[in-house]
Design a protein around this ligand. Sequence first.
Ligand code: FAD
Length: 406
Amino acid sequence: MVHHSDVVIVGAGPAGSVLAFLLAQKGWEVTLLDRARFPREKTCGDGLTPRAVATLQRLGLYEDVAQRAFPVRAARLYAAPHADITLPFHPFVHPLPPEGLILPRKELDDLLRRRAEEAGAHFVPQARITHFLPGQGNGTIAGVAGTTNGHPKEWPARLTVMATGASIGLHKAMGILQHPPHDVRAARGYWRGVQGLEPRFEFFFTPELAPGYGWIFPVGEDVANVGVGVYAAPGTPVPSPVRRLHAFIASHPALRDRFAHAELLDDVRSFPIRTDFPSHRICGPGWLMVGEATGLVNPVTGEGIDLAMESAMLAAEAIHRALEMGAIREKVVCRYERKLRRHFGRMFQGLRWLRKRVMRPRAVRILIQRAARHPGMAERIMGITLGTRSPFTAFLPSTWWWILRG
Ligand SMILES: Cc1cc2nc3c(=O)[nH]c(=O)nc-3n(C[C@H](O)[C@H](O)[C@H](O)COP(=O)(O)OP(=O)(O)OC[C@H]3O[C@@H](n4cnc5c(N)ncnc54)[C@H](O)[C@@H]3O)c2cc1C
């Protein structure tokens, strides 16, 4: 007899593990699958924004993460030597907690996965999912199938969740996406011996990195996660960020001295990022998606752990209700999609506009210079980039006009 779970979740990143944790806590039988063996590397900047900290606090997981992580209390925005500010999170990120954290994903994801297991979820590593099990009724999904340790296996369930990040193999299998919607590609490496590390996120918006950005996030006293993200121009493939990262570290005047004695600890790795929320269906009869699988990553900063965990919280509520009602019909499951669109729709509209119109070296330089003189403006910029304020209402149209005109 094949065993049926209440919920099967594909992908044990922050979205999948937080969802498994919440549903298992409610007493549902959850199977969490991942193609990797844990702990596993995930190519990432490892930065947890104040928004992520707020969610970890709501989940009761903050202490667990914070005691292993490097705390940060500010963000530095650098565009040029005379356009360089450090904004303390207190008071600028109010009402979010004035703290960020940096913890390598190998540790963070394993910790969240273990908490899900401790809450009662059943975790299966090295389970590569390739297709779906059809249920009764048109388009209904009733679980997943794939291989574990090379052997074919099926995992039937009342509800199926895709938490597969930027990988789109299962989207293609469903006929939801034909082409990769990746519009950002980012690369990162760990360097030891970096000078001038402080408890802050450092972001670089210099002309050499345009269209894109760079970061230095300290993971310890003298080790930093350093990376660049490259935005694709519409309709063109995203250029490789790896060469851009090496060139930036080797030759940019803002970094050259700081990296003079630094050594690269491992290979530089790159990975695509999806910021296309909401470009396709994210639910249907018997199934839904969470996290980056829905395109939920901040289009300006490339940060998505915070949004992945928030979407998991919304999904957990919806799934709990649907299972209690005994209804996995589209109408019930897709209340989640409406909620997600309400929660993130406007934020993404604003951030996409910001990326297209404002994230250019000259405009960013002017913004930073103005923010250095006007604390109110700094607070609004912080709110816009964290997605707690809309760029359409944070500034008068005339202010934007002035900034964009240069
Ligand atoms: C270089 C880089 C830097 C970044 N920096 C930051 C940062 O500093 N802060 C931040 O907040 N965000 C950052 N991001 C974005 C962040 O990594 C993602 O938004 C986040 O990991 C999304 O979480 P998730 O749980 O949705 O997916 P993921 O964390 O990607 O997890 C998906 C999981 O699904 C599994 N999986 C996929 N397909 C299958 C399959 N067919 N079968 C079984 N398992 C499968 C994968 O193995 C993986 O474990 C960065 C991204 C990149 C590429």
